[in-house]
Design a protein around this ligand. Structure first.
Ligand SMILES: [Zn+2]
Length: 214
């Protein structure tokens, strides 16, 4: 199963990715992770990417695509993969298609987890994080037993400074503007499946499995 997972920040992508990886026995390829790995191991591409990152510039598509392509050619991707965080643009999607065609494989599905903006804002604004252990809670959906205190370690809970309604709202708008052309691209190809991400997380996963038809 060769898959791409799309979804705005706060859509529960991490949880669903973990479920997909387990059920379909495919590696989870997060572009953030493979970038960090290439930089740490000082690969040619990692060194190049770091030059841009250190200057606060976006890493050009050709480097991003080359790093992903290297990863997809590793043995564990032979039977499939779950791509997360890539592609971000139609240009990258085209380059990915080309790379897969050269490998004589193709994408099965692009799973798009859809959640209304208002709901995403509510999820982010209510989030509380433990200062000590990093555990996350939600004042409404997953409250700690004692207000402001971590269930796991007793540490103090805090709200991230950028989890305000205004910044979250902006973050989501940027995501939507950036991603809509990509969603249209895969819709045109007939491989996009849109999943209602506002349901119970188990139901979201069931819907993904149904949409993948396996
Ligand atoms: Zn804690």
């Amino acid at each position: 199963m060769r898959l791409i997972l799309l979804g705005p920040p706060g859509a529960g992508k991490g949880t669903q990715a973990a479920g997909i990886v387990e059920k379909y026995n495919v590696p989870h390829i997060s572009t953030g992770d493979i970038f960090r790995k290439n930089i740490k191991e000082k690969t040619d591409l990692g060194v190049k990417a770091k030059e841009y990152i250190d200057k606060g510039l976006l890493v050009p598509d050709e480097i991003v695509v080359a790093i992903v392509k290297d990863r997809l050619e590793e043995a564990d991707c032979k039977e499939g993969f779950l791509l997360d965080g890539f592609p971000r643009t139609v240009n990258q999607a085209g380059a990915l298609d080309e790379a897969l065609t050269n490998m004589e494989v193709s994408l099965n599905k692009v799973v798009n987890i859809n959640v209304d903006k208002e709901v995403l804002v509510g999820r982010a604004v209510g989030r509380r994080i433990c200062k000590e252990c990093g555990a996350t809670f939600h004042i409404e959906f997953n409250p700690s037993k004692e207000e402001g205190v971590c269930d796991k370690c007793g540490g103090a809970l805090y709200q991230r400074a950028d989890d305000t309604a205004e910044t979250v709202s902006k973050r989501i708008e940027v995501y939507i503007n950036e991603t809509q052309p990509l969603i249209d691209y895969y819709k045109d190809k007939g491989i996009l499946v849109t999943i209602d991400g506002q349901q119970d997380i188990n139901k979201v996963f069931d819907d993904i499995v149904k949409a993948l038809g396996a």
